[in-house]
Design a protein around this ligand. Structure first.
Ligand code: SF4
Length: 389
């Protein structure tokens, strides 16, 4: 739909913006036009990547996820500069700006591998899954929310990215498209380090070529000395993702991670904080998998007290994953949990601005930064839905 003239933008309070971002993440955005994003893979999958009133956000735009959303995207005749409006019930609620296609996507390596198959630009952050295979994929240990094998099967990436390839692409993304940091994740291997050293070597090459801050992400290694080695290779921050603090949910959705156990994650985090420093270690905490809210908040607070930033995100069901048909949690539930955790982060000296690189630096997949800025914390809502998976 195209309308004109363009109405004046609504004045958005910080509290209102935090609520709006959370609702957009929960309910998605109806749009006829592609807004830029990605399908499949690890990390933010099957989402559009945009700026809403200047704030980075990932959200569902696929009709299968957003058809019932009260929010629609309207082209106000200024789309040539990427400015669009988000409307709810005929009222303009926010600006939306899309990502332009990164320039480096048109380049390729000497062996004719397109740069975009090696690493993608997520808004202003370059991201790559350095090993697009996982020892758990396709067997009983596969994490039910994960889509790491989906993009490999579709041919949209390559199985193993070499350190030199990543360095070459990262330099182009920095120089041509203004990438400000790099996030490198990996599927798990059967080796005792779970793949940590390889992703650490990739980070080393990227840092040497670009000087950009780099986050590496991996499972807790059997021998925690591997974390020391990764730190020596030069990564700035590390993500070691427990995904949920509810042990029953962990056992159901990520059996291999459940064998490490939540205490196993705390041991790995303790070692990682000693190497990388407080606030430079993060864990994803996914909401909407049937978790106990009290265990979730307790786990986040315990992690924060250790110096680990719990990066709370709503479940994003990934097409092709074993939770493809799950329903994302309602925004009030997400806001309640985030609102309870954020004040404890402040007490622990952590905030959305602490991390030098990675998902916690970007914040587009979580309402945490907006909640922190709004001061709208300790939101208490009646009724805590417990089982949404
Ligand atoms: S460990 Fe789980 S989340 Fe990580 S890549 Fe393997 S299946 Fe996916």
């Amino acid at each position: 739909m195209t309308i004109s003239p363009r109405p004046e933008p609504e004045c958005q309070s910080r509290e209102g913006l935090a609520t709006l971002l959370s609702r957009l993440q929960a309910e998605g955005l109806r749009t006829d036009a592609p807004v830029g994003g990605r399908r499949g893979g690890a990390g933010p999958s099957d989402v559009g990547m945009v700026w809403v009133d200047g704030v980075p956000l990932t959200l569902a735009t696929d009709p299968s996820r957003s058809d019932g959303s009260p929010f629609s995207l309207v082209d106000e005749g200024k789309s040539s500069d990427g400015e669009l409006g988000i409307y709810e019930a005929g009222r303009r609620v926010a600006d939306l700006r899309t990502m332009r296609r990164p320039r480096y996507y048109d380049l390729q390596t000497e062996d004719s591998t397109p740069y975009w198959k090696i690493a993608l630009l997520h808004l202003d952050s370059l991201a790559s899954t350095v090993l697009q295979t996982c020892a758990y994929w396709g067997n009983d240990d596969q994490c039910r929310f994960c889509g790491i094998g989906v993009s490999l099967e579709s041919g949209s990436t390559i199985a193993r990215k070499q350190p030199a390839q990543l360095a070459e692409v990262a330099l182009a993304a920095k120089e041509l498209d203004g990438a400000v940091d790099v996030t490198l994740t990996t599927g798990s291997t059967r080796a005792p380090d779970r793949g940590a050293i390889y992703v650490g070597r990739c980070a080393e090459a990227v840092k040497q070529a670009t000087g950009l801050p780099v986050e590496v992400q991996f499972e807790p290694p059997d021998d925690l000395a591997a974390i020391d080695r990764v730190a020596e290779l030069g990564a700035d921050t590390v993500g070691i993702h427990v995904e949920t603090f509810d042990p029953a949910v962990l056992a159901r959705v990520a059996p291999a991670k459940a064998r490490t156990g939540i205490d196993g994650y705390f041991q790995a985090w303790e070692r990682a904080v000693a190497c990388f420093g407080p606030g430079q270690v993060t864990t994803y905490v996914i909401l909407g998998m049937g978790e106990d809210p009290d265990l979730t908040v307790e786990g986040c607070v315990r992690a924060a007290e250790l110096g680990v930033y719990p990066f709370i995100v709503p479940l994003r069901p990934v097409a092709g994953s074993r939770m493809a048909d799950a329903v994302p949690p309602p925004s009030d539930y997400v806001q309640e949990i985030v609102g309870q955790v954020v004040p404890h982060l402040a007490e622990a000296g952590l905030s959305s601005t602490t991390a030098r690189a990675g998902c916690a630096r970007c914040q587009a997949c979580s309402p945490m930064a907006a909640t922190e800025r709004s001061g709208n914390q300790l939101v208490q809502l009646a009724g805590r839905p417990r089982d949404r998976s």
